[in-house]
Design a binder for this molecule. Structure first.
Ligand code: HEM
Length: 580
């Protein structure tokens, strides 16, 4: 027995047997010997099974790795400079620039190694992009992890398509249905709040474009989701700060392959996330209380009550926020919660994604307006003309503002809020019609910035900011008939736009217009965002002219941006109240 104690497993065995021998059992010597053999046999079997399972798992991993390497060999791309692939190159050079060089040299599908097991495949050809965005339904595990660490489990923004499919559908049908109609009412109230805040800040001189845009996006989205309650909420400023702090570190903590429970910083981050969650719950409770109050009242007094506490800052009409309408409540957005779902995960996720992307778009729009004052002047005339037609201040008629809409599209084209679209096929290899096979688990990217600036899709002036590319001229013939002439791609004709009227082309007709993605995981809010941002700018430009602060420098050449945080310009701008 003593000789058995030399190995770890045997010492465990002897412990078991000794316990048996010294126990109070009255086994006969044969049965106790049988039990001893049986125990030895069981433990040996357990160790063998463990060994075989681990070997099988390792062999499986190794096979997958060989398969990945052999499939990746067939995809063209620059040779890997080291064991870590192009990872070090990317930290020195922007990924978009590296992809631009690689596509030029190796064609429309290129691979880069981000490590021995991490393959990135970039696609630039419009047809292949369309096919890939339809077929690759998953998002990178890193994206899903960033959302999960920050906001808990949710049914939007998860990596696997199966988890998000249902919630995407319900959100899309609600947003693209009657809520789009409301998107034009909400910003009018939000804009008063935004301008009140900007005026406070501008008392000190100018405002930082990045800060102003972030605040506009936050207020616009908050008012849209939560309604009047949000505009009157005393903790909105703290909420905004917290959201931005969480956003800044989300990807960093998700990038650890093992969640770093040992890091103090991680727990500090988790405390921020918990605070954000408490605030979201507080806001949602207030919304529900106000909603109940509003619905328990007789219809005549609705407006008075819903505006209690809001009247000081915003107009007179009440609005209850998009998700508190009839059958689509905030609770419903979070789903029929299952045990593994966080109560406000979806709402926080939407605020997070919506604020960053919409903030990026607004910042970009503001910078285009200050660097192209002639376009701003024309948009202003368009707003005044449209207003004369309808006479309603509370609801700017953005359908009559094609130049404003085209400027938003063009801003999103020249500098999309996210420079790369990323997808993944987690379980299956992806076979494209061209014959290329992309192994399961590879990171698939579309370099949106390159694709949207490509001469072959956008004409020779693809690198220029020109909103008129999204417009068609309508010429009046014999005073009655309208004839559409597409002016996209005709640089000469674009010079004389002052006396013509225009209609907006559908930007999604061009398959390389991708600021909102496309295919299975495309943004469900495109229509809604465009309408909201257009109404925001229509209300704002009607009252204010935006100018660059005289001492501020701009870089009118779009920067290549690898992160949406870099997308905010830090130029100083001023809002000058119009005299009329
Ligand atoms: C300028 C503003 C926005 C831009 C540029 C934008 C862009 C995007 C992009 C590029 C994607 C991924 C598309 C793909 O992979 O094909 C996406 C997904 C999504 N966006 Fe947006 N977005 C914006 C605002 C919003 C807002 C305001 C909301 C909602 C309040 C929203 C909700 C979503 C949702 C639910 C998804 C799908 C997530 C998934 O399938 O996991 N977006 N967006």
């Amino acid at each position: 027995m003593k000789s058995c104690t030399t190995t770890v497993s045997n010492s465990f065995l002897s412990f078991v047997l000794q316990t048996w021998n010294s126990g109070s059992c009255d086994f006969a010597p044969e049965s106790s010997r049988f039990l001893r053999y049986y125990a030895v046999w069981e433990i040996n079997a357990f160790l063998w099974i463990s060994l075989i399972t681990i070997t099988f798992l390792l062999a499986n991993k190794l096979c997958k790795l060989f398969k990945l390497w052999s499939q990746a060999c067939k995809i063209p791309g620059p040779p890997s400079p080291s064991f870590y692939g192009h990872f070090n190159t990317i930290s020195k050079q922007s990924l978009t620039e590296l992809l631009s060089d690689s596509h030029e040299e190796y064609g429309s599908v290129v691979k880069l190694w981000l490590g021995p097991t991490q393959l990135l495949v970039s696609i630039k050809d419009p047809e292949l992009i369309k096919e890939m965005l339809l077929k690759a339904k998953d998002k990178l595990p890193l994206t899903g992890k960033a959302f999960r660490l920050a906001f808990g489990r949710s049914t939007l923004f998860a990596s696997s398509f199966d988890k998000v499919e249902k919630r995407r559908e319900s959100l899309a049908s609600e947003l693209n249905g009657r809520l789009v109609e409301r998107a034009s009412v909400i910003p009018t109230k939000a804009i008063d709040c935004i301008m009140a805040k900007l005026h406070q800040i501008m008392g000190k001189g100018s405002v930082d474009c990045k800060m102003a845009s972030q605040h506009m996006a936050f207020t616009l989205l908050g008012a849209t989701i939560f309604g009047d309650t949000f505009l009157a909420w005393s903790k909105a400023t703290v909420y905004e700060e917290l959201l931005m702090m969480v956003a800044k570190d989300a990807c960093f903590w998700a990038s650890y392959s093992v969640t770093p429970f040992w890091e103090l910083g991680f727990w500090r981050y988790q405390r921020l996330c918990a605070k954000l969650k408490c605030l979201t719950q507080d806001l949602m409770q207030q919304c529900c209380k106000n909603y109940k109050l509003y619905h328990d009242m007789d219809p005549v007094s609705h407006d008075e009550t819903a505006n209690a506490g809001v009247e000081a800052t915003v107009g007179s009409k009440s609005c209850s926020g998009i998700f508190l309408q009839d059958n689509f409540s905030l609770q419903e957005l979070n789903g029929h919660l299952n045990a593994r779902e966080e109560p406000c995960g979806n709402v926080m996720g939407l605020m997070f994604h919506g604020c960053l992307t919409t903030g990026g778009l607004i910042s970009n729009m503001l910078m285009r307006l200050v660097t192209h004052p002639e376009i701003q002047r024309k948009i202003y005339s368009e707003i005044i003309m449209a207003q004369k037609g309808s006479g309603e201040r509370d609801k700017p008629n953005i359908e009559k503002m094609p130049l404003l809409l085209a400027t938003i599209y063009e801003s999103a084209r020249v500098m999309p809020p996210g420079p790369l679209l990323q997808r993944c096929s987690l379980k299956h290899d992806l076979k494209l019609k061209s014959g290329v096979i992309i192994p399961a688990g590879a990171i698939l990217v579309v370099p949106v910035q390159l694709v949207q600036m490509d001469d072959s899709s956008w004409g020779n002036d693809a690198g220029k900011f020109n909103p008129y590319r999204f417009l068609s001229k309508t010429e009046e013939i014999s005073g009655s008939m309208n004839m559409d002439t597409s002016i996209a791609g005709r640089a000469g004709e674009r010079q004389d736009q002052s006396h013509s009227s225009f209609v907006l082309n559908d930007p999604n007709e061009n398959p390389t217009f991708l600021p909102f993605g496309s295919g299975t995981r495309a943004c469900v809010c495109q229509k809604f965002v465009i309408q909201g941002v257009a109404t925001l700018f229509a209300s704002m430009l009607e009252q204010y002219e935006v100018r660059l602060h005289p001492r501020s420098k701009t870089n009118s050449k779009p920067l290549t941006n690898d992160s949406i945080f870099k997308n905010f310009s830090s130029s100083k701008i001023v809002f000058i109240r119009r005299s009329n």
